[in-house]
Design a protein around this ligand. Structure first.
Ligand code: NAP
Ligand code: SF4
Length: 671
């Protein structure tokens, strides 16, 4: 019997049956607008269908101009557009899958000057003020949804998902926060929900009965003047009556200031919200957010919180997630670590999405990993993310690979990252590569500081140096004082810190170290997370916003940097604000525009804003970036052996796991 009987059970929708309880949640990938985008989407979704996803939902496609995400954003309002999508639906059907197209009208979140909304209230996260839709324009928009669904049907989709959550247009009509109308579309609950329900009815009328309609219902708005659970349940019942086949859960508007999908959100942290609606409707309910392993999904379903689970990013990380669960090989799943670095952050930077742990995601037509025709003997030095990805891909292709690591464990810098509170998902990446390297017969040599001579004499065809970085110790007078330590000493070697700490450097690691130092030691679990961020689990009012609990250790921390720009400006687009909020809540002092004068036993003397000042500190932690570590390179190259540099050893300035894994995988695909 399967280890995941609930997850892998089919779901009968009456006129059609889904092969299991997984829904690949809608996620904008940027392929929709990319050159050769439809071919690339076909390869991307086709692979996920082959990997046994129960129901795929595409990224959001607008029903009209106003609803587009940005200028040139994808839209489905003509036969011609529908024809473009046929290659995508065919690829999914050829691989035995089912796919719905998400219809997304962004409303006041539209990043262009044609934005519209129920009111002309600008969103706090947008520059553009929306035009308030007239009564006739509201009717036309409903018609556009219906026409869009009909075109999706013509394109071969099995259904549509109507996006009614996350603070987009439909949600804007429903919430008092964004709806100040006093006509038929505003005011009372009936009026505010009319747009959502009329849209579902119009779509159902247009597409007939044998076509899936998923409605994504905002169950927890997490914004002021958001809805409450009674309204959510009332709406869910109406949504069923209006003709939806599945209700998917939406958690948090984009403008909410509570993290809902980032790594510091515990796994499965929101299935309790969907559970509150269970029993009130007879159509299947799908839950979502931070579900990233078959175990978490199975627990949620077995508990009866929902009938299906939505996962979006986990299918970027591994298209064969379901297949591996079916095969009883969950340890081979490349787990989404919720970093957002290559998916959402890319989208916000206007770059096609991919995945930090799986650079093939959305690059299926271009990053091709195939068996080698010429087996080589390859040495990889360093088992950080760059070294592990190189060794694994090279071995998967059939090369004879030896991986040397001076430490007693795999992971390199990931072993530091995973110690930061809320970042233990990095363990998963180490686990995945460890499992796969074993499976692909990489000869892993831990505790082995390999010499240049051994690499030269070893008869290797290629040597890959993934030797990482050395923490930079800036030449500040007194840097050798006994109260000074590097972030590696603090986090990896657990050197104790005092109660008054100065942190020099405020990049990603300076932030991580400050979070680490001010952590009050609470368990990393759902209950604590919900309290820390003030989520009202009764959802009695205000979209579930409650009061945040006080979070602070008894340690005082001061962060400093030389540059004058804002603290955290280089952090990830979609997660930086969370780190910034955390440190503000914990009252960490932040000083920019600093010149370091000296360090002594009492602390750090600095000059800032033209004044000299002493930052009292019994511990000074240096987080001043890194220099590349490539001491083996010259000697090996001089002996005529081909050397490649990967990750931090190549470019320390932009040290990050995303670049290291991408670079390692691409190099190995080419060897
Ligand atoms: P970083 O982002 O390059 O930051 C280095 C910090 O050191 C800067 O704040 C810089 O600030 C300071 N600095 C540089 N040279 C200095 C010198 N000679 N003396 C004094 N201060 C100096 O590097 P990192 O913090 O080590 O992070 C490394 C990489 O890890 C990042 O690129 C990031 O990709 C990744 N990472 C990201 C996150 C995240 O996003 N949450 C977390 C951890 C790691 P001033 O020049 O202004 O003084
Ligand atoms: Fe998950 Fe990070 Fe990959 Fe995005 S980039 S899919 S969050 S692992």
């Amino acid at each position: 019997m399967s280890n995941y009987p609930h997850l892998l059970a089919p779901l009968d929708l009456g006129f059609t049956t889904l092969k299991n309880r997984t829904l690949m949640g809608s996620m904008h990938t940027g392929l929709e607008e990319a050159p050769n985008g439809y071919e690339r989407m076909a390869a991307f979704y086709g692979e996920r269908a082959k990997g046994q996803v129960g129901l795929i939902v595409t990224g959001g496609i607008a029903p009209n101009e106003a609803g587009r995400v940005g200028k040139g954003g994808s839209m489905m309002n003509s036969k011609e557009e529908a024809n473009h999508h046929k290659i995508v639906t065919k690829a999914v059907h050829d691989n035995g899958g089912k796919i719905c197209m998400q219809i997304l009208h962004t409303g006041r979140y539209a990043y262009h000057d044609k934005a519209v909304g129920p009111s002309n209230l600008r969103a706090p996260i947008n520059l553009y003020k929306p035009h308030k839709l007239t009564h006739d324009e509201v009717l036309q928009t409903i018609q556009d949804f219906a026409d869009c669904a009909a075109y999706a049907q013509e394109a071969g989709y099995d259904g549509v998902e109507i996006m009614g959550s996350e603070g987009y247009l439909i949600n804007q009509f429903i919430a008092k926060r964004t709806n100040d109308r006093d006509d038929d579309w505003g005011g009372s609950f009936e009026n505010r929900t009319r747009f959502a329900l009329e849209t579902i009815r119009a779509v159902r009328k247009k597409v007939g009965t044998n076509f899936i309609i998923v409605y994504r219902l905002s169950m927890l708005d997490l914004v002021e003047d958001g809805g409450n659970i009674d309204e959510v349940i009332r709406l869910a019942k109406e949504v069923e009556l209006a003709g939806a086949n599945i209700i998917n859960s939406g958690i948090g508007w984009h403008e909410a200031r509570i993290p809902t999908i980032a790594m510091m959100v515990p796994r499965g942290a929101f299935s309790w919200v969907t559970a509150k609606v269970k029993g009130s409707v007879s159509i299947p309910l799908c839950t979502s957010n931070r579900i990233n392993t078959p175990e978490v999904a199975e627990d949620i379903l077995a508990r009866g919180d929902a009938d299906m689970v939505s996962m979006a990013r986990p299918f970027l990380a591994d298209g064969f997630f379901v297949q591996k669960a079916m095969d009883g090989k969950p340890e081979e799943i490349n787990t989404c670590i919720a970093c957002n670095q290559a998916c959402l952050d890319h989208i916000f930077q206007g770059i096609t999405a991919s995945c930090l742990v799986n650079p093939r995601a959305c690059n299926e037509t271009e990053l091709i990993i195939e068996p080698t025709t010429k087996k080589k003997k390859i040495a990889v030095v360093g088992a950080g993310p760059g070294g592990m990805s190189t060794a694994n891909t090279a071995a998967e292709r059939g090369h004879d690979v030896t991986l040397f690591e001076s430490m007693d464990r795999l992971g390199g810098q990931l072993n530091i990252a995973k110690q930061i509170p809320g970042k233990d998902e990095f363990n998963e990446t180490i686990r995945y590569f460890g499992t796969m390297m074993k499976k692909n017969n990489v000869n892993i040599q831990l505790n082995k500081r390999v010499s240049a001579k051994e690499l030269i004499d070893g008869g290797y065809d290629e040597v890959v140096l993934a030797t990482g970085v050395i923490p930079r110790m800036p030449p500040i007078p007194g840097i050798e004082s006994s109260n000074v330590m590097s972030y590696v000493d603090l986090v990896l070697h657990k050197k104790p810190a005092g109660k008054q700490v100065a942190v020099i450097g405020a990049g990603g690691i300076g932030f991580d170290v400050s979070v680490y130092l001010t952590d009050a030691g609470h368990p990393f679990d759902k209950e604590h997370y919900l309290k820390e961020w003030g989520i009202d689990t009764s959802i009695s009012e205000n979209g579930g916003l409650g009061t945040k609990s006080e979070e602070k250790s008894d340690r005082n921390v001061t962060m400093m940097k030389r540059s004058k720009d804002k603290f955290g400006s280089n952090l990830g687009k979609t997660t930086g604000w969370i780190h910034k909020t955390t440190l503000i809540d914990r009252k960490v002092e932040q000083i920019s525009g600093v010149t370091y004068k000296s360090i002594d036993a009492e602390g750090v003397t600095i000059e800032a804003k033209g004044k000299e000042r002493k930052i009292l500190a019994d511990t000074v932690v240096i987080c001043a970036g890194q220099d590349p570590c490539r001491e083996l390179q010259a000697e090996i190259e001089a002996a005529g052996v081909k050397v490649h540099l990967v990750g931090g050893a190549d470019l320390a300035a932009e040290l990050d796991a995303k670049r290291a894994i991408d670079q390692g995988t691409r190099l190995a695909a080419s060897l």
